[in-house]
Design a protein around this ligand. Structure first.
Ligand code: ZN
Length: 442
């Protein structure tokens, strides 16, 4: 199909997405979701063997699936008759050659990052990709797509999705592959002079360092973090170097899930998704989202539970959006640190964000850090620049105080690991390196 046709479809989707932004009342959002769900259900249940088997169930009775089920039932869930073996072969070839154009028919294949053995495979047809692009543009470019802008996308893995965005107009996109040497990445940014810079925060922070050191001259009017948790140490460097507030896109292979409003809250895209909250800790408003994508038909995403910890805002966002407002995206549920319960059996969660802030309060000069949990009640920490013995003691004390407040055992803290960052690898500063089931409490 021609690029002209694609451009027309993209513009159509863009206009439709802009219209949806006029949803201002919660009741209108819910009515829109129900209407779209009825359409999706009719089409998907007729063509997906997995869902055909539950065609008489109400929405709330349908199975909640996670990445494990998603992968094990891959062949039956999708409506395109594509097998997991076929999709994996295409995805592996694309990663190996870094040529992200091969597809199966018109279906693009993407893989989610995950710890080894836990990667997910996701597929989208051409019309689904154009819809995604139209929505992303409508939400992220409030001045419209005819206003001039140069957008640099710093990405670890390219995809046909991003090619969809290139095209005429005065809006230019440049995809910068982070798999090349970082000096080349900086040279490309220098040549392109983006007005909008989009990338993982740990990589934006490296670009910020180059700006602060005077080796890169860049003055984007907007800086948008994506694909990683936005950590305070990165946020500070980025804001200092570029002199603008950081926006966030909450986007995963599972879909475009949300973005920052002008008040700094991330709103979930409930015009495209139904979001159910699976509460992890209701008192602190932490939940894992269960999402239903109202527009994906090739590989329907229905009641799919993401492994992310989101913290809902306590009060409604002043911007007046009727969509769920998130105070923070805290990262993977698998990275919650678990400590022994000081008052009895079982374990107590220590959320990564709280642990990071405790460390950074005790070591305010830290430019970078890493916290790893290898087993219950043992934390291994690295901080750059290196801490003195006194400073280490202050960090131990702060973590001990924090643990006691939570009613948890005080963990043993050692400073015997190093930090190595790579632009090509997703940055997780708090990591749990064992599965909970393997812990002694289980
Ligand atoms: Zn808001």
């Amino acid at each position: 199909m021609s690029r002209l046709f694609d451009a027309i479809v993209l513009l159509w989707n863009h206009a439709a997405a802009r219209r949806l932004q006029r949803l201002r009342r919660r009741a209108d959002v819910v009515a829109h979701q129900q209407r779209q769900w009825r359409r999706l259900r009719k089409q998907v249940f007729a063509r997906s063997p997995f869902y055909a088997a539950c065609c008489h169930q109400d929405f709330g009775d349908l199975p909640v699936i996670d990445k494990r089920v998603w992968m094990s039932r891959f062949d039956h869930i999708n409506t395109a008759g594509i097998t997991l073996a076929q999709a994996l072969a295409v995805a592996a070839e694309a990663e190996r050659t870094r040529d992200f154009s091969p597809m199966l028919n018109d279906v693009a294949i993407g893989m989610s990052t995950g710890t080894s053995g836990a990667r997910g495979v996701f597929m989208a047809s051409r019309s689904e990709r154009l819809r995604w692009a139209g929505t992303l543009l409508a939400k992220m470019l409030p001045d419209g797509i005819f206003a001039p802008a140069r957008v640099a996308l710093l990405l670890r893995a390219g995809s046909n999705l991003y090619d969809t965005l290139s095209g005429g107009l005065r809006l230019q996109f440049r995809y910068v592959d982070l798999a090349m040497p970082f000096d080349d990445v900086l040279a490309r940014l220098d040549a392109f002079k983006p007005t909008i810079l989009v990338g993982p925060p740990s990589v934006l922070a490296l670009a910020a360092d180059a700006v602060l050191a005077g080796t890169l001259r860049l003055a984007p009017s907007r800086v948008i973090a994506a694909a990683e948790v936005l950590d305070p140490v990165d946020a500070e460097r980025i804001t200092t170097a570029f002199g603008v507030g950081i926006e966030q896109i909450y986007q995963a292979t599972e879909g475009f899930l949300g973005h920052t409003c002008r008040h700094g809250s991330v709103h979930l895209n409930e015009d495209c998704l139904i979001v159910e909250r699976d509460w992890i800790d209701r008192a602190t408003r932490r939940f894992a989202p269960i999402i239903t994508d109202l527009y994906r038909r090739t590989q329907p995403v229905i009641r799919y539970r993401l492994n992310d910890v989101l913290v809902e805002r306590e009060h409604p966002c002043p911007c007046g959006s009727p969509f769920i407002a998130i105070e923070r995206i805290e990262g993977r549920e698998d990275d919650i640190v678990w400590l022994g319960n000081a008052r009895g059996a079982g374990l107590v969660p220590l959320f990564p964000d709280l642990l990071s802030r405790t460390l950074l309060n005790a070591a305010p000069h830290a430019a970078d850090y890493l916290i790893e949990q290898h087993e219950v009640d043992v934390l291994r920490i690295a901080v750059q620049p290196d801490l003195s013995d006194d400073q280490r003691q202050q960090v131990r004390q702060a973590i001990a105080d924090c643990s006691r407040r939570l009613g948890a055992c005080v963990p043993h803290v050692s400073f015997d690991i190093g930090i190595e960052h790579s632009a090509t690898r997703k940055c997780r500063r708090v990591r749990r390196l064992f599965k909970l089931g393997e812990a002694s409490h289980a």
